[in-house]
Design a binder for this molecule. Structure first.
Ligand code: 3PG
Ligand code: MG
Length: 399
């Protein structure tokens, strides 16, 4: 891989130079208060930002947050992130209230050596995500004007062909930041020759999001454990009734086909926790998967499933986990995710946790992050990497 790195850039000297850093500061926010509920992605870029600050660069950070529709939308402002980033860096972060407008221009122009600015949400500009090359390019020109060099440390967004990820590096000397390098180094171990048994645990709500990675992983893995909302489409494919659980009807046939080709590698739940409603205080019980009542919905995997999955994990030498096993945000439906996470930490294996939700689950459940081999900041990005897809943000750094 012919990618230049942050160390190469530092070796050239960055003192007094403006360095534009694309970060992924897309952190989860509390729906009521707007407070940052998990700052893992902010912490993850500190090594890169710290090194640039120390080297005396004028650091201009940009990121997206959420999915605003190409125009300013206060609920997706990066303002609170600027505050938190400043706390973690131990120095104030100069926040521009627009991305490439007057505020951004004067904020960048006013930076002293070793100071950090954060531009407002990239996705407040239609050019960022546009499919039109010219529109994206015009926005990339405006962004690129804020840097003498570009660092990509936004691993979580490298699968997006967006202006700040794909078009800006074509316009500036570009390198990979510490986080991007570490993520690629770890994930390439999984696509290379992982130590066996290699066990993958997939959860989360949508099967359709995971089909490509299941297809790609089946030949490589020794066991594929499936929980979360997506397991019900697989259970349906086995001919079981799933009540009012999440079900992607148009995926049932595909799941049946996958199960047929899986050679017994795919393990599905044998019991689930079913509830009367999707609510923290809903009445609930554990039932066998062939006894899901027609009026109830499954919100977690059951204890016998946890035990079976844990047994498979205890044999593993390499583990990749993406997606919660149940609605872990509600205490009544958190035991499955907790049980699997604990089993992963106990296994004598190299373990990688991928995906914003699983990483947030690890922290929300109070588990020790250091007992996992690596916690990826990328959800879609880590899955697409494992699928073997070309990631636009990585390809752009290779040129
Ligand atoms: C993520 O949260 O997966 C990344 O920040 C990318 O966000 P996106 O899926 O909205 O592009
Ligand atoms: Mg995403």
């Amino acid at each position: 891989m012919s990618i230049r790195t942050l160390d190469d850039l530092l070796a050239e000297g960055v003192s007094g130079r403006r360095v534009l850093v694309r970060a992924d500061l897309n952190v989860p926010l509390d729906k009521q208060t707007g407070a940052i509920t998990d700052d893992g992605r902010i912490r993850a870029v500190l090594p890169t930002l710290g090194a640039l600050v120390e080297a005396g660069a004028k650091v201009v950070v940009c990121s997206h947050l959420g999915r605003p529709k190409g125009a300013p939308d206060p609920q997706f402002s990066l303002g609170p992130v600027a505050g938190r980033l400043g706390e973690l860096l131990g120095a104030p972060v100069h926040f521009a209230t627009d991305t490439v407008g007057d505020s951004a221009r004067s904020t960048v122009a006013g930076l002293a050596d070793g100071q950090v600015a954060l531009l407002e949400n990239l996705r407040f500009n239609a050019g960022e995500t546009s499919k039109d090359e010219a529109e994206r390019g015009a926005f990339a020109d405006q962004l690129a004007a804020f840097g003498d060099a570009y660092v990509d440390d936004a691993f979580g967004a490298v699968h997006r062909k967006h202006a700040s990820v794909y078009d800006v590096p074509a316009r500036l000397p570009h390198v990979a930041g510490r986080l991007v390098l570490r993520e690629v180094e770890v994930l390439s171990k999984l696509t290379g020759s992982p130590e066996r048994p290699y066990v993958v645990v997939l959860g989360g709500s949508k099967v359709s999001d995971k089909l490509a990675v299941i297809e790609a992983l089946l030949p490589t893995v020794d066991r594929l454990l499936i929980g979360g909302g997506m397991c019900f489409t697989f259970l349906k494919a086995q001919g079981l009734e799933v009540g009012t659980s999440l079900l992607e009807k148009d995926m049932v046939e595909t799941c049946r086909n996958l199960l047929e080709r899986a050679d017994g590698k795919i393990l599905l739940p044998v019991d689930v926790v079913v509830a009367d409603a999707f609510a923290p205080d809903a009445a609930h019980d554990t039932v066998r998967v062939d006894g899901i009542p027609s009026h109830r919905l499954g919100l977690d995997i059951g204890p016998e499933t946890v035990a079976g999955f844990a047994a498979a994990l205890s044999q593993a030498k390499t583990i990749f986990w993406n997606g919660p096993m149940g609605v872990f945000e509600m205490a009544a439906f958190a035991a499955g995710t907790r049980g699997i996470a604990e089993a992963i930490t106990k296994a004598d294996a190299f373990s990688v946790v991928g995906g914003g939700d699983s990483a947030a689950a690890v922290r929300a459940l109070g588990l020790d992050e250091s007992s996992f081999g690596h916690i990826s900041t990328g959800g879609g990005a880590s899955l697409e990497y494992l699928e073997g897809k070309t990631l636009p943000g990585i390809a752009a750094l290779e040129n």
